[in-house]
Structure formats: structure tokens, C-alpha cells
Design a protein around this ligand. Structure first.
Ligand code: ADP
Ligand code: MG
Length: 473
């Protein structure tokens, strides 16, 4: 009886989403997925009270989180602050993401049973600490945990301390000492601004002259402000890159499927860096054997290290990896879901993501395995012409009135005009997400919808997933 309640609820929600703009994310999943998602009902023999969720953020990641929460049998309402044009206006709240007090106030007003923090900056400000001290359940680490992303130097020290494979490194807080160190060596080196730099603070330098120029930009010109008070030099690693997002519940954890993203604006992974032009999962380069190695040498020791350092980490630990000839090594940690990786990972979850985030936030047990077998998902980011350089805003966009069952559109940089018309407001504007039995089908289904988006100013990469597609051929 309880189980039937869940099914009815999900269908009703999915119907509403479809009306709200062709974004019925979990339509057509079928009874199998619904039965899996009702795991919490089975396990406890009773239905959990519906949960009111507040999601902080307003990009594609937060829209994807919104859709996943809305589709959950546990959902008792979701609001997103500030949200975007893909989310019904009634579910959006204004908020200043730079003010901890404003975010806590927003959670109070929303009577939130769970707060999910989307981006890293509010976590680095300590929003999770403030919310927890007021009794809110929060998905996202405290400030001390968020330092793993907010300070690359701190992250490297953590990796060293816990014996986790990573590139050899040095850290400097004085430009002179950093420049002197560079003179002692030759060859390639990676120079990183230690603080948050919106994905722009890393210079992979072919030689010492390039590295010197990077140090001057970061430490002398201060192009990243105080994020450049410290630099990290790293040994230059080589190999394919892959990311693993781990949902952590204190000492327990569960891994989402490995994913790969495309950071460069241009096809063939050329041109300037962006927030991410597309992603797919699972990344086939991570074979089951390699996944085992990553788990043993990296994921398990990282989660154990968090606890050993006295951190009660509750949220996503995003592990960026390079698969080197010597084995997988950590490039960086992020402390939240990747964007756009989140858009493909949530639909691949064989267990209700809201239930997982609640369990993490409450420090409860997690299922051992949540990866759906036999499906691949891809997201194509549709951006404004000119991005990541200057681009036009306020352009009208018309979405296709209907999209196939396993395709949906996530909004990132959109808002609604006074008449309800959809307008662009950012560089990365939409994400078209498709699920299919293989990557070739997922990308072609997504591209078919990209082509039908009526917006003359749109640009998107045509080659998302090219490495894996080439390997599959
Ligand atoms: N030690 C390294 N060796 C080779 N390439 C690196 C190394 N560290 C980072 N990179 C490259 O730079 C990119 C960005 O570095 P990362 O540490 O992930 O910083 P962020 O994502 O914060 O910009 C990586 O995705 C990778 O391509
Ligand atoms: Mg990175």
C-alpha cells in the first residue's frame, strides 16, 4: 500500500515537470526504477515523513538536483535559492549566496528538513557550519571540510598525510621563493593558485619561463585576488582524466559512476577553459578492475583520512583523477557535485538521490552500490555565442515543446521575462541530458534535441564523448 503511494506521487510530479517546460526528467523510467527508489520504504517497513528541501545555488547542477528531489517518493516540496528560469517561479527564492546569514534565514523561512548546498563558495564561507548549529540537516561539508577544495595546498598536505597517490608538490607563500625554486629545475611543471579560482587558476607549463609568468600572474599581479596568496607547484602527470563523485556520510560512503567532462570551449578539447561544455558517465576507461584499485588506494583512504583528521564530512567528495602509467593519482578534490557531471550522475542513480543525500546529511548508513547497470548518460552544454569571453544576455529561447522520454533539458543560465518567456542570462545556458544503452546513442539523442532549440545565439560542442566514442568504434 505504501509503495503504491510512492508511485502515484512520482507520476504526478513528473507530469507537472513536463508542463513546466519539457523537463520531465524521470519520465518513462518504468516500475523497476521506481521500485528501487522506494528502498527506504522497504528497509524500514514504513514510509518516511515527506521532506522539505532547500537547494542553494542557481545553475545546471541545482536544476538537476531539483528535478531529482521532485521525483523522489520522499519529496515534501523543494525550493531553490536563487534558482533559475527552468524552475517554476513559485519554487525559487531570492538569496545572497555570499551571505551566510541570508542563507540561514532562507532555510528557516523554507522550514527546510534538508539543505543541499550546490556550489563550493558558500561551503568555503561556512554555511554548512552555521546551518548545522541551527539544527538543519545539511548535505555539504563544514568549512573545515570545504578547505580541501578552497586550498589546494591544504588538499596536497591531506593527500600526503594519508598516503594517497598524487603528483609530487611544493608550496610557496612568497613569490621570490617560488621563482627561485623554479630556477633550480628544468622541464614542465604545473603551477596552481591555491585558493578558489573558478577553474582558471591552474597553468600546465611546458617550461620554466611559462611557469615564471604564471607565478607572476598569480602572486604579483594577483589576477585571482587573495586566492593567489599561495601557489602550489606540481610534477606534471600524464594520462586520461576521470572523476569519481563519492557521497559521504561521515565514515560511510558510496561512489557514483566515474565520469568525464570536457572543459575546453573548442572541439577536440582545444581553446579556452570553461566551466564545462559536456560530460558523460559511466566513463568506460574505468574498468571494474581499475575501479577496485581506485577504491582501495584512493577512495577508502580518503574517506578514512577525513575521519582521522576529525572531520565529520557529510556531502559530496569529488575526486579528480589522472590515470597515469604508475596508476591512478589524485589531481584535486572538490567538495560538491561537479557541474555538468551532476546532470548525468543523478539520472544514473539506481537509488533515490534525495534518500542518499538525507542519509549523508543525517550520518546514516548508505547502500553499498547505487550504480544503474547498462545505461550511459551524456549532457551537452548549450552556451551563448562568445562564451567564455563576452556574450549577449537577455536573448529569447524557445525550447522544443516535446522531447523523447529519455531526454530532458536542464537550465543553467536562464530566467523568465515578465511575460514568462525564457531568456538567456549566463554563458552556459542549458544542458541537454540523454540516457541510452550506449554513449553513441545518448549523444545522438541529446544532439537531436540541441538542434531543435530555437535560439540563434546558441553554440555547443559537437564532439562530447569523442575519446570514448573513438575507443568504442
Ligand atoms: N599535476 C598535474 N599534471 C598534469 N596536469 C594537471 C595536473 N594538475 C592539474 N592538471 C590539469 O589541470 C586541470 C585543472 O586542475 P585541477 O587541479 O583540477 O584544478 P581546477 O579544477 O580547480 O582548475 C586538470 O583537469 C588537469 O587537466
Ligand atoms: Mg578540476
Amino acid at each position: 500500500m505504501q509503495f503504491h503511494n510512492c508511485v502515484i506521487r512520482i507520476s504526478a510530479v513528473a507530469g507537472k515537470e513536463a508542463e513546466a517546460g519539457g523537463a520531465g526528467v524521470f519520465r518513462g523510467r518504468g516500475a523497476f526504477r521506481l521500485a528501487q527508489w522506494s528502498g527506504r520504504v522497504d528497509e524500514r517497513g514504513m514510509q518516511e515523513e515527506p521532506v522539505r528541501t532547500l537547494i542553494l545555488g542557481g545553475g545546471g547542477r541545482e536544476h538537476a538536483l531539483y528535478l531529482a528531489c521532485k521525483a523522489s517518493p520522499l519529496c515534501g516540496g523543494v525550493v531553490v535559492a536563487p534558482g533559475n528560469g527552468g524552475i517554476p517561479a513559485g519554487d525559487c527564492r531570492p538569496v545572497d549566496l555570499e551571505s551566510v546569514a541570508a542563507m540561514v534565514n532562507c532555510a528557516r523561512q523554507a522550514h527546510a528538513g534538508l539543505v543541499i548546498v550546490g556550489p563550493e563558495a558558500p561551503l568555503a564561507l561556512g554555511v554548512a557550519d552555521a546551518l548545522r548549529s541551527e539544527g538543519f540537516a545539511v548535505y555539504g561539508p563544514d568549512e573545515a571540510g570545504a578547505r580541501l577544495e578552497a586550498s589546494k595546498a591544504h588538499c596536497k598536505a591531506f593527500l600526503d598525510r594519508h598516503g594517497i597517490p598524487t603528483a609530487a608538490y611544493e608550496r610557496f607563500t612568497e613569490a621570490e621563493a617560488a621563482l627561485a625554486h623554479l630556477k633550480d629545475g628544468t622541464g614542465p611543471v604545473v603551477v596552481k593558485a591555491s585558493g578558489l579560482a573558478a577553474g582558471k587558476g591552474v597553468y600546465v607549463c611546458a617550461d620554466r619561463a611559462e611557469a615564471e609568468a604564471a607565478v607572476r600572474e598569480i602572486m604579483v599581479d594577483r589576477v585571482f585576488g587573495t586566492s593567489g596568496e599561495e601557489v602550489v607547484f606540481e610534477e606534471c602527470l600524464e594520462g586520461p582524466e576521470v572523476s569519481i563523485m563519492v557521497m559521504v556520510s561521515g565514515t560511510g560512503y558510496v561512489c557514483l559512476p566515474p565520469s568525464q567532462d570536457h572543459k575546453r570551449a573548442g572541439e577536440g578539447d582545444t581553446g579556452p577553459n570553461t566551466g564545462g561544455m559536456g560530460a558523460y558517465a559511466p566513463a568506460a576507461v574505468v574498468t571494474p578492475e581499475l575501479k577496485e584499485v581506485i577504491d582501495q588506494t584512493i577512495v577508502a583512504p580518503s574517506v578514512a583520512g577525513l575521519a582521522r583528521d576529525g572531520l565529520d564530512y557529510r556531502g559530496t567528495l569529488y575526486i579528480g583523477l589522472m590515470l597515469t602509467a604508475e596508476g591512478p593519482k589524485v589531481l584535486e578534490f572538490n567538495v560538491r557535485f561537479g557541474d555538468p557531471e551532476c546532470q548525468v550522475l543523478l539520472p544514473l542513480c539506481a537509488h533515490d538521490p534525495l534518500d542518499l543525500m538525507l542519509r549523508c546529511a543525517r550520518g546514516e548508513n548508505l547502500p553499498a552500490e547505487v550504480v544503474a547497470r547498462g545505461e550511459t548518460a551524456a549532457v551537452i552544454v548549450v552556451a551563448a555565442k562568445g562564451y567564455p569571453g563576452p556574450y549577449a544576455k537577455g536573448e529569447a529561447i524557445r525550447l522544443p515543446p516535446d522531447v523523447p522520454a529519455k531526454v530532458h533539458i536542464v537550465h543553467a543560465g536562464t530566467r523568465r521575462g515578465g511575460d514568462g518567456a525564457l531568456l538567456s542570462t549566463g554563458g552556459r545556458v542549458l544542458g541537454v541530458v540523454a540516457r541510452a544503452p550506449d554513449l553513441a546513442r545518448a549523444t545522438s539523442d541529446a544532439y537531436a534535441v540541441c538542434d531543435r532549440i530555437d535560439w540563434p545565439g546558441k553554440v555547443f560542442r559537437r564532439d562530447i564523448g569523442w575519446r570514448q566514442l573513438q575507443a568504442e568504434r
